[in-house]
Write a protein of this length. Structure first.
Length: 133
């Protein structure tokens, strides 16, 4: 059972480890923070789903005893080059044909799977609710 889980989350764990590494760097910076807002980019063409990534980050954060990670996931835009008509088109969702000619012979130009776009410390001041006027 442990091996099955490890294989199932292989890519998710690699991406989660990158996020937790960035969070640890912010914690080590020494400023008192209540949490970290992390924005990541995830390719719609990779094997990792947003749900799987969230679960992996939650598990790893718990194992590392890190609280307050707020994750925002945005898709990575990718371009396809159509070998039939020469069109280059950008997408953020998977496609199976060229939108210009409906051709099925194309190649992906951007193959990035994942990266951390930003990580912002959340201080106690930012978390406190506003005082009513």
């Amino acid at each position: 059972r442990g091996i099955t889980r490890k294989v199932r989350y292989m890519h998710e764990q690699r991406f989660a480890a990158e996020v937790i590494s960035v969070v640890k760097d912010l914690i080590r910076a020494g400023r008192p923070i209540r949490g970290v807002k992390v924005t990541v980019r995830l390719s719609p063409l990779c094997h990792v789903t947003p749900r799987g990534l969230r679960g992996a980050i939650k598990s790893l954060a718990e194992a590392e005893r890190i609280n307050g990670v707020r994750l925002f996931i945005r898709p990575i835009a990718f371009a396809i080059y159509c070998h039939d008509c020469g069109a280059i088109t950008k997408f953020t969702t998977p496609v199976f044909a060229c939108p210009a000619c409906k051709g099925k012979s194309f190649s992906v130009k951007n193959d990035d799977e994942f990266f951390v776009e930003s990580a912002t410390p959340v201080t106690a001041r930012k978390i406190l609710p506003r005082t009513p006027r």
